[in-house]
Structure formats: C-alpha cells, structure tokens
Design a protein around this ligand. Structure first.
Ligand SMILES: [Fe+2]
Length: 329
C-alpha cells in the first residue's frame, strides 16, 4: 500500500505559453514564480513552490503529481508498482529540478493518465504574491478522467491509500487521502485526461466576486456558482486556454471521523445531485492526456445529460504533431 501524503502539482502542455500564463496570473490570480527555465511557467497558489507548471509545447495534460513521505517511501512505491506490472520510470535530475522535487517516479495508471510520485516538493516561506485578490488559499484537488470510475477506484484504493468519500453514480468517484472530502476525483470519460484543477478560496464572497470578475472578462463559465451536496463546497468551474478547466470552491467538507464515514451514492439524473441550488449543470470539459498512443486529443466535453449516461466525445481538434510524446518534459 502506497501512502499519498498530498497532491503536489499539475503539469500541462500549452501551445501558447504567453496566453496560458497570462490567464493563470491575470484571471485565475496565481503568482508567476521567477522564471528559471525556458519554456516553463511555474504558478504558485500556496506553500508549494508551484502547483501548476505550464510547459510550452503540445497542448494537453502532461502529468499529475502526488507526494509521498520521503525517499524510502518513493523507493518502496517504485518496487510495489513494478511488482504489480506497471512500467515505472525514474525522473532525471533535470526533470526533478523542473518539478522542484528531490526525486520522482512516473507511470501510467491503467487508463493512461500519467501520474508522478514525488518526494520533498519544495516549499516557499514567503507569502504568495497573488496577481489579483481572488481569495485563493490553496491547491484543493485534481480530477482525472477514466472510462470506468469503479475500476479507477479499485486501482487507487488497492495500490494507494485513497478512500471513496462519495459516488456520483457511475459518473464520478470522489476520494480522500486525508480528512478533506476529496483531493482526488475521477470522472468518467472516454479517455485519459485532466477534468479540472481546483483552488480553494477563503469565503463564499470570493466565489461570487470571482464569478462577476470572470464574466466581466468574458471567461466561459462551465458551471456554477452552485453547491455540491457531496462535499458541500460552493463551486465555480471556468474554462482557461487550451481546454484547461479551473475551479474555485469554498467550504469543502472535512471527514474527521474516518472510520465512521459511510460513502453515499448520488444519482446524477436526480435534481440537485450535482448542484443543490438547482442551477444548470454540465460536466466540466477535460484537457486530454498527452501520450504517443492516444489516437485523439484536445478538449473533451460532455453534455449535461452525459453525467449519467454516456462517455465523453472529442470536440477539440489536435494536429498529429501535438499528439507527440512529452514524457521528456
Ligand atoms: Fe472539483
């Protein structure tokens, strides 16, 4: 059993690094770390050196990072994953430096999502210099795609310390690795990808101020403001460049009595199961995972009814060149 101690980062490939970085700073509000590497923008939201790295190149998610306790835990995880039949690769020193971790390993989950396990992610002591006052308090969670969320749960709960907090039918599995209701979610889709990256904000006022701000800047709101009955979080999903969905949320449930919590199942077709306030719901669009084998890529989206009934469809166009491997990045 591999113990994930926290989420670490998302690494995303962008064809237009300038535009994606401007959105992450001027719109989302993140701090841009001092550039130290050509073609990579490190974005900061909390104590981590960065939680989002935008990497110039093919458009699509490169990897999602999770922390383990230390080097010994990382070595043990490497052995355990290899024994289970997964192909595990060690990151180079340069790659670790780019991620601001001491060392890391990388592997594909059974659905093709590239996952990285890291040890000793760098912290920065000084307060975050947010570009605008969005109220961000921390990198809250990340959400991956898989064609079968029950199979995904089997993977994350047997190999790792992830426990389901709640199910949204066959459409989503919300998992915790600490008392936060979910730091990892898996949404159903036809292929691997990153559904969204969440940032917690300090108050309900921040959610609504951000909503007005985003609307005034012409940003596409994907869903919200609304309130999820599972986590009780007040949410706002919005679309950034190159199909990358961001989420602000406030008020996520904490499960302090782990042993007493019984996961619940919500039918996504029932009114209020996604948004207790009964606003319009739609499945946030995903940024496809970059892999050499992936036959199609780009932004995927699902209709509102697809929460409960169907897999996603590819709506974005991506050239053959953008589907090339980015594993060396
Ligand atoms: Fe979320």
């Amino acid at each position: 059993m591999i113990t994930l101690t926290d989420i670490a980062y998302v690494r995303s490939g962008v064809a237009d690094l300038g535009a994606a970085t401007r959105f992450a700073t001027d719109i989302v509000g993140l701090e841009l770390a001092s550039p130290t590497e050509a073609g990579v923008a490190h974005l900061r939201a909390d104590h981590r050196h960065h939680c989002l790295a935008l990497v110039e190149g093919p458009s699509g998610v490169i990897s999602s990072g999770f922390s383990v306790a230390d080097s010994d835990a990382l070595a043990a995880a490497e052995t355990e994953l290899e024994r289970s039949g997964l192909a595990v690769r060690r990151g180079s020193a340069d790659q670790a430096r780019s991620r601001r971790v001491r060392e890391f390993i990388t592997f594909d989950d059974p659905f093709g999502n590239c996952v990285e396990l890291v040890s000793q992610q760098e912290s920065v002591a000084r307060p975050v210099a947010f570009t605008r006052p969005a109220g961000i308090t921390e990198f809250g969670h990340l959400c991956l795609d898989a064609p079968d969320v029950h199979e995904a749960y089997r993977f994350w709960s047997t190999r790792f310390n992830a426990r389901v907090s709640d199910w949204i039918g066959d459409a989503a599995c919300l998992m915790r690795i600490d008392p936060v209701h979910h730091k990892l979610a898996v949404f159903r889709s036809d292929g691997p990808g990153l559904c969204h990256m969440n940032f917690q904000v300090a108050s309900i006022d921040d959610v609504f101020r951000n909503w007005h701000f985003l609307v005034s800047r012409g940003v596409e709101i994907e869903m919200g403001p609304g309130r999820h009955p599972q986590s009780t979080a007040i949410f706002l999903y919005f679309l950034g460049p190159e199909g990358f969905t961001y989420e602000y949320s406030f008020g996520v449930r904490r499960i302090e009595n782990d042993a007493a919590w019984v996961p619940r199942t919500f039918d996504p077709a029932e009114a209020g199961s996604i948004d207790m306030w009964l606003g319009p719901v739609s499945r946030p669009s995903s940024q496809a995972q970059l892999t050499p084998a992936r036959a199609a890529g780009g932004r995927r989206s699902m209709s509102a009814t697809a929460w409960g009934t169907a897999t996603g469809t590819n709506s974005g166009a991506q050239s053959a060149s953008t589907r090339s491997a980015v594993r060396s990045r």
